[in-house]
Design a protein around this ligand. Sequence first.
Ligand code: IPE
Ligand code: IPE
Ligand code: MG
Length: 253
Amino acid sequence: MNFPQPPAIDPQFIPRHIALVMDGNGRWAQERGLPRTAGHQRGEAVLMECVDACIALGHVEWLSAYAFSTENWRRSHSEVRFLMGFSRDVLRRHRDELHEKNVRVVWAGRRPRLWRSVVRELEEAEELTQDNTGVTLAMCINYGGRAELVDATRAMVKDANAGLIRPEDITEKSLSEFLYRPDMPDVDLFLRPSGERRTSNFLLWQSAYAEMVYQDTLFPDFTPQHMYDAVLEYAKRDRRFGGAVDKFAPESS
Ligand code: IPE
Ligand code: IPE
Ligand code: MG
């Protein structure tokens, strides 16, 4: 199959940061009488196609992929074990190819509890690709939006206790310096396939003004065309960020 051509969209309407909730793997597998893990396995190639779709679109700078949430530890021991080993192996299998595509891989997530081998693999991928200038792929593993804010608060309070910051100097900008990836821009397009219409604790702070696009396709069936459709939908939205234009008000002085 030739890789599908992206739609022609004015670059100013292409999202700079796409947050992608890779959801629906378990249902995809169960519908086929397969173990849930078969759905996760299918998702591996789909994620790589999503990266290719972002590269093809051009102007997408960040793709954040939700791979394992801080709440996913609630799953069965065997699924958690699978997901840990799988995350590690996916990174190992694809890091050279991502590097060749000039993709910069970064990790966003909480360290405690995460398997050491996963952290090691993430750090190796980060190191290998750190100077790349193409799309940044943020692998969100053991990530939770609330956990991120708790961790940021802890770090800030430590600095405050050490006399390095004064509470009255804390701003939105300075708080964001304590997030897992201070360089992560705000989310423009929050994309969730699988039919669920919720954030499930993904990038809460960064998505304050994100445009939400929900699709019914399960992630293992997700294609570059689904991403293009989501971007087309995004391009049609009127983003106001709280502002307003009154077309009929008399000139105010
Ligand atoms: C998303 O698919 C992958 C992870 C959460 C790791 P799910 O495993 O949540 O699949 P569904 O939503 O149960 O179908
Ligand atoms: C969100 O999906 C987490 C990931 C895709 C990694 P979940 O399947 O865990 O979320 P809920 O349980 O449907 O809210
Ligand atoms: Mg799910």
